[in-house]
Design a protein around this ligand. Structure first.
Ligand SMILES: C[S@@+](CC[C@H](N)C(=O)[O-])C[C@H]1O[C@@H](n2cnc3c(N)ncnc32)[C@H](O)[C@@H]1O
Length: 386
Protein backbone atom coordinates (compact mmCIF):
# COMPACT_ATOMS: atom_id res chain seq x y z
CA UNK A 1 0.00 0.00 0.00
CA UNK A 2 2.94 2.36 0.73
CA UNK A 3 3.74 2.54 -2.97
CA UNK A 4 0.22 3.79 -3.77
CA UNK A 5 0.33 6.49 -1.08
CA UNK A 6 3.61 7.61 -2.53
CA UNK A 7 2.17 7.76 -6.09
CA UNK A 8 -0.68 9.87 -4.78
CA UNK A 9 1.73 12.21 -3.00
CA UNK A 10 3.79 12.64 -6.19
CA UNK A 11 0.67 13.35 -8.28
CA UNK A 12 -0.50 16.00 -5.80
CA UNK A 13 2.95 17.60 -5.88
CA UNK A 14 2.89 17.75 -9.69
CA UNK A 15 -0.67 19.13 -9.79
CA UNK A 16 0.29 21.87 -7.29
CA UNK A 17 3.22 22.91 -9.48
CA UNK A 18 1.55 22.72 -12.89
CA UNK A 19 -0.07 26.02 -13.91
CA UNK A 20 -1.38 25.11 -17.36
CA UNK A 21 1.21 27.13 -19.30
CA UNK A 22 2.31 24.18 -21.42
CA UNK A 23 0.73 20.82 -22.32
CA UNK A 24 0.54 18.52 -19.29
CA UNK A 25 2.31 15.82 -21.31
CA UNK A 26 5.42 18.04 -21.79
CA UNK A 27 5.34 19.17 -18.16
CA UNK A 28 5.27 15.54 -16.99
CA UNK A 29 8.07 14.63 -19.37
CA UNK A 30 10.35 17.37 -17.96
CA UNK A 31 9.30 16.54 -14.40
CA UNK A 32 10.20 12.86 -14.77
CA UNK A 33 13.45 13.58 -16.57
CA UNK A 34 14.47 15.75 -13.59
CA UNK A 35 13.40 13.03 -11.13
CA UNK A 36 15.17 9.88 -12.24
CA UNK A 37 13.96 7.80 -9.27
CA UNK A 38 10.68 7.07 -11.08
CA UNK A 39 10.65 3.87 -13.15
CA UNK A 40 8.30 3.30 -16.08
CA UNK A 41 5.54 1.77 -13.90
CA UNK A 42 5.74 4.68 -11.47
CA UNK A 43 5.54 7.18 -14.32
CA UNK A 44 2.50 5.42 -15.77
CA UNK A 45 0.65 5.36 -12.43
CA UNK A 46 1.44 8.98 -11.55
CA UNK A 47 0.56 10.19 -15.06
CA UNK A 48 -2.78 8.42 -14.84
CA UNK A 49 -3.49 10.04 -11.45
CA UNK A 50 -2.72 13.53 -12.79
CA UNK A 51 -4.94 13.06 -15.85
CA UNK A 52 -7.74 11.67 -13.65
CA UNK A 53 -7.65 14.89 -11.65
CA UNK A 54 -7.92 17.20 -14.69
CA UNK A 55 -10.71 15.05 -16.22
CA UNK A 56 -13.05 16.40 -13.50
CA UNK A 57 -12.56 20.00 -14.63
CA UNK A 58 -13.32 22.33 -11.72
CA UNK A 59 -16.35 20.30 -10.61
CA UNK A 60 -15.10 19.30 -7.16
CA UNK A 61 -12.65 21.99 -6.08
CA UNK A 62 -14.17 22.03 -2.58
CA UNK A 63 -12.53 18.62 -2.04
CA UNK A 64 -8.84 18.18 -1.18
CA UNK A 65 -6.42 17.51 -4.06
CA UNK A 66 -6.00 13.91 -2.84
CA UNK A 67 -9.78 13.41 -2.82
CA UNK A 68 -10.14 14.92 -6.30
CA UNK A 69 -7.41 12.70 -7.75
CA UNK A 70 -8.97 9.59 -6.22
CA UNK A 71 -12.47 10.63 -7.24
CA UNK A 72 -11.28 11.15 -10.82
CA UNK A 73 -9.75 7.69 -10.72
CA UNK A 74 -12.93 6.19 -9.25
CA UNK A 75 -15.37 7.61 -11.79
CA UNK A 76 -13.17 7.41 -14.87
CA UNK A 77 -14.12 4.69 -17.32
CA UNK A 78 -11.19 2.39 -16.48
CA UNK A 79 -11.38 0.14 -13.43
CA UNK A 80 -8.74 1.58 -11.07
CA UNK A 81 -7.96 -1.81 -9.49
CA UNK A 82 -8.30 -3.05 -5.89
CA UNK A 83 -5.34 -1.18 -4.36
CA UNK A 84 -6.72 2.17 -5.43
CA UNK A 85 -10.27 1.26 -4.44
CA UNK A 86 -8.96 0.46 -0.96
CA UNK A 87 -7.65 4.04 -0.60
CA UNK A 88 -11.03 5.65 -1.31
CA UNK A 89 -12.54 5.30 2.21
CA UNK A 90 -9.20 6.12 3.83
CA UNK A 91 -9.18 9.55 2.12
CA UNK A 92 -12.94 10.04 2.63
CA UNK A 93 -13.75 10.18 -1.10
CA UNK A 94 -17.49 10.93 -1.37
CA UNK A 95 -19.77 8.14 -2.65
CA UNK A 96 -22.40 9.90 -4.78
CA UNK A 97 -21.81 13.20 -6.48
CA UNK A 98 -23.59 15.32 -9.04
CA UNK A 99 -21.34 15.68 -12.12
CA UNK A 100 -20.87 19.20 -13.55
CA UNK A 101 -17.61 18.71 -15.40
CA UNK A 102 -18.47 20.89 -18.41
CA UNK A 103 -20.34 24.00 -17.21
CA UNK A 104 -20.78 25.74 -20.61
CA UNK A 105 -23.54 23.53 -22.02
CA UNK A 106 -25.67 26.42 -23.30
CA UNK A 107 -22.80 27.37 -25.62
CA UNK A 108 -22.64 23.98 -27.35
CA UNK A 109 -23.23 23.51 -31.09
CA UNK A 110 -26.60 22.07 -32.11
CA UNK A 111 -26.92 18.30 -31.98
CA UNK A 112 -24.43 17.65 -29.17
CA UNK A 113 -25.79 15.38 -26.47
CA UNK A 114 -24.57 17.36 -23.45
CA UNK A 115 -24.79 14.43 -21.01
CA UNK A 116 -22.80 12.02 -23.21
CA UNK A 117 -20.36 14.79 -24.08
CA UNK A 118 -19.77 15.50 -20.38
CA UNK A 119 -19.11 11.82 -19.61
CA UNK A 120 -16.61 11.66 -22.48
CA UNK A 121 -14.09 13.62 -20.39
CA UNK A 122 -13.77 10.56 -18.16
CA UNK A 123 -12.61 8.38 -21.05
CA UNK A 124 -9.25 8.54 -22.76
CA UNK A 125 -9.82 8.59 -26.55
CA UNK A 126 -8.20 5.97 -28.78
CA UNK A 127 -5.30 6.43 -31.15
CA UNK A 128 -6.27 6.71 -34.81
CA UNK A 129 -4.19 6.20 -37.91
CA UNK A 130 -5.22 6.83 -41.49
CA UNK A 131 -3.85 4.36 -44.01
CA UNK A 132 -2.41 6.26 -46.97
CA UNK A 133 -3.56 5.15 -50.43
CA UNK A 134 -1.88 1.99 -51.71
CA UNK A 135 -0.52 0.88 -48.32
CA UNK A 136 -3.42 -1.06 -46.83
CA UNK A 137 -2.22 -4.65 -47.35
CA UNK A 138 1.29 -4.03 -45.98
CA UNK A 139 0.04 -1.97 -43.02
CA UNK A 140 -2.43 -4.66 -41.95
CA UNK A 141 0.21 -7.36 -42.34
CA UNK A 142 2.73 -5.45 -40.22
CA UNK A 143 0.16 -4.88 -37.45
CA UNK A 144 -0.93 -8.52 -37.51
CA UNK A 145 2.68 -9.77 -37.51
CA UNK A 146 3.46 -7.56 -34.50
CA UNK A 147 0.28 -8.79 -32.74
CA UNK A 148 -0.94 -5.21 -32.33
CA UNK A 149 -4.70 -5.14 -31.71
CA UNK A 150 -6.67 -2.80 -33.99
CA UNK A 151 -10.08 -2.18 -35.50
CA UNK A 152 -10.47 -1.03 -39.08
CA UNK A 153 -13.13 1.48 -40.09
CA UNK A 154 -12.62 2.25 -43.82
CA UNK A 155 -9.09 3.59 -44.11
CA UNK A 156 -9.10 4.48 -40.40
CA UNK A 157 -7.40 2.25 -37.84
CA UNK A 158 -8.37 2.42 -34.18
CA UNK A 159 -5.64 1.32 -31.76
CA UNK A 160 -5.24 1.36 -27.99
CA UNK A 161 -3.63 4.58 -26.90
CA UNK A 162 -0.49 3.04 -25.47
CA UNK A 163 0.53 1.44 -28.79
CA UNK A 164 3.78 2.79 -30.23
CA UNK A 165 2.67 2.64 -33.86
CA UNK A 166 5.94 4.16 -35.08
CA UNK A 167 7.90 1.07 -34.01
CA UNK A 168 6.08 -1.02 -36.62
CA UNK A 169 4.80 1.39 -39.27
CA UNK A 170 6.36 4.27 -41.20
CA UNK A 171 4.47 7.28 -39.90
CA UNK A 172 3.60 9.78 -42.65
CA UNK A 173 4.71 7.36 -45.38
CA UNK A 174 2.40 4.38 -44.83
CA UNK A 175 0.02 5.91 -42.29
CA UNK A 176 -0.73 9.31 -40.81
CA UNK A 177 -1.66 9.85 -37.18
CA UNK A 178 -5.04 11.52 -37.62
CA UNK A 179 -8.17 11.41 -35.52
CA UNK A 180 -11.20 9.53 -36.85
CA UNK A 181 -13.32 12.71 -37.10
CA UNK A 182 -10.57 14.63 -38.85
CA UNK A 183 -10.35 11.88 -41.46
CA UNK A 184 -14.02 12.41 -42.29
CA UNK A 185 -13.33 15.88 -43.66
CA UNK A 186 -11.97 13.95 -46.67
CA UNK A 187 -15.59 13.52 -47.83
CA UNK A 188 -16.14 17.27 -48.01
CA UNK A 189 -12.90 17.61 -49.95
CA UNK A 190 -14.07 14.97 -52.42
CA UNK A 191 -17.43 16.69 -52.82
CA UNK A 192 -15.67 19.91 -53.72
CA UNK A 193 -13.34 18.13 -56.18
CA UNK A 194 -16.26 16.38 -57.90
CA UNK A 195 -18.15 19.69 -58.24
CA UNK A 196 -15.18 21.56 -59.69
CA UNK A 197 -13.96 18.80 -61.99
CA UNK A 198 -17.48 18.40 -63.43
CA UNK A 199 -16.98 21.88 -64.94
CA UNK A 200 -13.81 20.87 -66.77
CA UNK A 201 -14.31 20.11 -70.46
CA UNK A 202 -13.86 16.43 -71.45
CA UNK A 203 -10.21 15.48 -71.71
CA UNK A 204 -9.09 18.74 -70.09
CA UNK A 205 -6.05 18.08 -67.86
CA UNK A 206 -6.91 20.40 -64.99
CA UNK A 207 -5.50 20.38 -61.51
CA UNK A 208 -7.32 21.73 -58.48
CA UNK A 209 -5.55 24.67 -56.81
CA UNK A 210 -5.70 24.50 -52.99
CA UNK A 211 -4.47 26.87 -50.26
CA UNK A 212 -4.30 25.56 -46.68
CA UNK A 213 -4.02 28.88 -44.83
CA UNK A 214 -3.63 27.47 -41.27
CA UNK A 215 -1.65 24.40 -42.22
CA UNK A 216 0.28 23.66 -38.98
CA UNK A 217 2.35 20.54 -39.74
CA UNK A 218 0.07 19.68 -42.66
CA UNK A 219 -2.41 17.08 -41.37
CA UNK A 220 -5.30 18.36 -43.51
CA UNK A 221 -3.01 19.07 -46.48
CA UNK A 222 -1.81 15.46 -46.56
CA UNK A 223 -5.46 14.40 -46.33
CA UNK A 224 -6.22 16.66 -49.31
CA UNK A 225 -3.38 15.15 -51.36
CA UNK A 226 -4.56 11.62 -50.50
CA UNK A 227 -8.25 12.37 -51.14
CA UNK A 228 -7.86 14.47 -54.27
CA UNK A 229 -4.76 13.12 -56.03
CA UNK A 230 -2.56 15.62 -57.88
CA UNK A 231 -3.30 19.16 -56.68
CA UNK A 232 -1.53 22.49 -56.94
CA UNK A 233 -0.92 22.91 -53.21
CA UNK A 234 0.01 26.08 -51.29
CA UNK A 235 0.41 25.94 -47.51
CA UNK A 236 1.04 28.61 -44.91
CA UNK A 237 0.92 29.17 -41.17
CA UNK A 238 1.85 32.02 -38.86
CA UNK A 239 4.50 29.91 -37.03
CA UNK A 240 7.88 29.41 -38.74
CA UNK A 241 8.66 26.35 -36.55
CA UNK A 242 5.52 24.51 -37.64
CA UNK A 243 6.21 25.20 -41.32
CA UNK A 244 9.65 23.63 -40.76
CA UNK A 245 7.88 20.56 -39.27
CA UNK A 246 5.52 20.50 -42.23
CA UNK A 247 8.42 20.38 -44.68
CA UNK A 248 9.93 17.38 -42.89
CA UNK A 249 6.58 15.66 -42.77
CA UNK A 250 5.87 16.31 -46.45
CA UNK A 251 9.25 14.80 -47.29
CA UNK A 252 8.33 11.62 -45.39
CA UNK A 253 4.92 11.69 -47.10
CA UNK A 254 6.55 11.96 -50.54
CA UNK A 255 4.86 15.30 -51.26
CA UNK A 256 7.25 17.34 -53.38
CA UNK A 257 5.26 19.80 -55.47
CA UNK A 258 3.97 22.48 -53.16
CA UNK A 259 4.63 26.04 -52.05
CA UNK A 260 5.07 26.72 -48.33
CA UNK A 261 5.60 29.99 -46.52
CA UNK A 262 5.03 31.73 -43.22
CA UNK A 263 2.08 34.13 -43.29
CA UNK A 264 -0.38 35.72 -40.95
CA UNK A 265 -3.74 34.87 -42.49
CA UNK A 266 -5.30 37.97 -40.95
CA UNK A 267 -3.08 40.09 -43.19
CA UNK A 268 -2.36 40.43 -46.90
CA UNK A 269 0.65 38.46 -48.09
CA UNK A 270 3.19 39.16 -50.82
CA UNK A 271 3.22 35.49 -51.88
CA UNK A 272 -0.51 35.53 -52.48
CA UNK A 273 -0.91 38.81 -54.31
CA UNK A 274 -3.27 38.31 -57.22
CA UNK A 275 -3.57 34.55 -56.55
CA UNK A 276 -6.88 32.81 -56.18
CA UNK A 277 -7.72 29.15 -55.56
CA UNK A 278 -10.36 26.57 -56.38
CA UNK A 279 -10.35 25.63 -52.70
CA UNK A 280 -9.17 27.43 -49.58
CA UNK A 281 -8.94 25.32 -46.42
CA UNK A 282 -9.31 27.28 -43.18
CA UNK A 283 -8.70 24.88 -40.29
CA UNK A 284 -8.68 27.83 -37.94
CA UNK A 285 -7.15 28.32 -34.48
CA UNK A 286 -9.92 27.55 -31.97
CA UNK A 287 -10.66 26.59 -28.37
CA UNK A 288 -9.84 22.95 -29.20
CA UNK A 289 -12.78 21.98 -26.98
CA UNK A 290 -13.60 18.97 -29.17
CA UNK A 291 -10.24 17.44 -28.21
CA UNK A 292 -10.19 18.08 -24.46
CA UNK A 293 -10.66 14.41 -23.56
CA UNK A 294 -7.08 14.00 -24.83
CA UNK A 295 -5.88 17.14 -23.02
CA UNK A 296 -8.20 17.51 -19.99
CA UNK A 297 -5.88 20.12 -18.47
CA UNK A 298 -7.31 22.49 -21.10
CA UNK A 299 -10.81 21.84 -19.78
CA UNK A 300 -9.56 22.65 -16.29
CA UNK A 301 -7.82 25.91 -17.23
CA UNK A 302 -10.40 27.11 -19.78
CA UNK A 303 -11.71 30.65 -19.40
CA UNK A 304 -14.94 31.09 -21.44
CA UNK A 305 -13.79 34.64 -22.34
CA UNK A 306 -11.39 32.89 -24.71
CA UNK A 307 -14.30 31.92 -26.96
CA UNK A 308 -14.70 35.58 -27.90
CA UNK A 309 -10.96 35.97 -28.52
CA UNK A 310 -11.01 32.96 -30.84
CA UNK A 311 -14.13 34.01 -32.73
CA UNK A 312 -12.65 37.46 -33.38
CA UNK A 313 -9.41 35.89 -34.66
CA UNK A 314 -11.40 33.48 -36.84
CA UNK A 315 -13.44 36.34 -38.31
CA UNK A 316 -10.33 38.32 -38.98
CA UNK A 317 -8.79 35.32 -40.83
CA UNK A 318 -12.01 34.74 -42.80
CA UNK A 319 -12.35 38.41 -43.78
CA UNK A 320 -8.84 38.34 -45.16
CA UNK A 321 -8.89 35.00 -47.01
CA UNK A 322 -12.27 35.12 -48.76
CA UNK A 323 -10.79 37.18 -51.60
CA UNK A 324 -8.46 34.26 -52.39
CA UNK A 325 -11.37 31.94 -53.23
CA UNK A 326 -12.03 32.00 -56.97
CA UNK A 327 -15.57 32.88 -58.01
CA UNK A 328 -17.33 29.51 -58.15
CA UNK A 329 -14.63 28.07 -55.86
CA UNK A 330 -14.94 26.67 -52.32
CA UNK A 331 -13.98 27.43 -48.76
CA UNK A 332 -13.67 24.56 -46.29
CA UNK A 333 -14.02 25.99 -42.79
CA UNK A 334 -13.17 23.64 -39.92
CA UNK A 335 -12.60 23.71 -36.16
CA UNK A 336 -12.06 21.17 -33.42
CA UNK A 337 -14.48 23.12 -31.24
CA UNK A 338 -17.84 22.19 -29.73
CA UNK A 339 -18.91 25.82 -29.32
CA UNK A 340 -21.64 27.22 -31.58
CA UNK A 341 -19.91 30.62 -31.67
CA UNK A 342 -16.86 29.04 -33.35
CA UNK A 343 -18.95 26.80 -35.62
CA UNK A 344 -22.45 27.61 -36.88
CA UNK A 345 -22.13 31.33 -36.06
CA UNK A 346 -19.01 31.63 -38.23
CA UNK A 347 -20.86 29.93 -41.08
CA UNK A 348 -23.62 32.57 -40.69
CA UNK A 349 -20.86 35.21 -40.84
CA UNK A 350 -19.60 33.78 -44.15
CA UNK A 351 -23.13 33.54 -45.53
CA UNK A 352 -23.68 37.18 -44.64
CA UNK A 353 -20.67 38.04 -46.80
CA UNK A 354 -22.28 36.27 -49.78
CA UNK A 355 -20.95 32.69 -49.52
CA UNK A 356 -23.40 29.86 -50.12
CA UNK A 357 -23.44 26.98 -47.66
CA UNK A 358 -23.12 23.63 -49.45
CA UNK A 359 -22.91 21.41 -46.37
CA UNK A 360 -22.00 21.63 -42.71
CA UNK A 361 -21.44 18.84 -40.24
CA UNK A 362 -20.68 18.46 -36.61
CA UNK A 363 -18.57 15.30 -36.66
CA UNK A 364 -19.17 13.82 -33.24
CA UNK A 365 -16.36 11.81 -31.72
CA UNK A 366 -17.31 12.15 -28.03
CA UNK A 367 -19.48 9.03 -28.39
CA UNK A 368 -16.75 7.07 -30.23
CA UNK A 369 -13.60 7.66 -28.15
CA UNK A 370 -12.51 10.22 -30.74
CA UNK A 371 -12.39 14.01 -31.20
CA UNK A 372 -15.37 16.17 -32.10
CA UNK A 373 -14.96 18.44 -35.10
CA UNK A 374 -16.97 20.86 -37.17
CA UNK A 375 -16.68 21.27 -40.92
CA UNK A 376 -18.51 23.48 -43.39
CA UNK A 377 -18.10 23.66 -47.14
CA UNK A 378 -19.15 26.95 -48.68
CA UNK A 379 -19.09 28.20 -52.25
CA UNK A 380 -18.30 31.68 -53.47
CA UNK A 381 -20.95 32.49 -56.05
CA UNK A 382 -19.78 34.06 -59.31
CA UNK A 383 -20.36 37.77 -59.43
CA UNK A 384 -19.99 38.56 -55.71
CA UNK A 385 -17.33 40.99 -54.70
CA UNK A 386 -15.59 39.79 -51.53
C1 LIG B 1 -6.10 23.95 -35.79
S1 LIG B 1 -4.47 24.30 -36.17
C2 LIG B 1 -4.32 23.69 -37.81
C3 LIG B 1 -4.13 22.19 -37.86
C4 LIG B 1 -3.75 21.68 -39.23
N1 LIG B 1 -4.64 22.14 -40.25
C5 LIG B 1 -3.69 20.18 -39.23
O1 LIG B 1 -4.57 19.52 -39.78
O2 LIG B 1 -2.72 19.65 -38.66
C6 LIG B 1 -4.50 26.03 -36.42
C7 LIG B 1 -3.22 26.63 -36.93
O3 LIG B 1 -3.47 28.00 -37.19
C8 LIG B 1 -2.28 28.70 -36.98
N2 LIG B 1 -2.59 30.13 -36.84
C9 LIG B 1 -3.00 30.80 -35.74
N3 LIG B 1 -3.19 32.10 -36.03
C10 LIG B 1 -2.91 32.24 -37.35
C11 LIG B 1 -2.88 33.34 -38.24
N4 LIG B 1 -3.21 34.57 -37.82
N5 LIG B 1 -2.50 33.13 -39.51
C12 LIG B 1 -2.15 31.89 -39.93
N6 LIG B 1 -2.14 30.81 -39.13
C13 LIG B 1 -2.52 30.98 -37.86
C14 LIG B 1 -1.66 28.06 -35.76
O4 LIG B 1 -0.27 28.30 -35.75
C15 LIG B 1 -2.06 26.58 -35.95
O5 LIG B 1 -0.99 25.88 -36.51
Amino acid sequence: MGRFHSYLKSAVKIISRYKGNEPLASFLKSYFSGNKKFGSNDRREITNLCYSYYRLGKAFTELSLEQQVLLGLKISARDPGPQWKALLPEYGVPEELQLEIFPWKEKLSAGINAAIFERSFLIQPDLFLRIRPGNEAQVLKKLNDALIPFEKEGSALRLPNAVKAGSVLSINTEVVVQDLSSQQLGRMLQHCHAAISSRWSPGQQSILSVWDCCAASGGKSILAVDALGAIDLTVSDIRPSIIANLKERFQEAGIKNYKAFVADATKGSEQLKKRSFDLVMADVPCSGSGTWSRTPEQLFYFDPEQIHTYTELQKSILRNIVHAVQPGGYLLYSTCSVFKAENEDQVRFLEASGFKLIQQQLITGYDKKADTLFGALLQKPRGINV
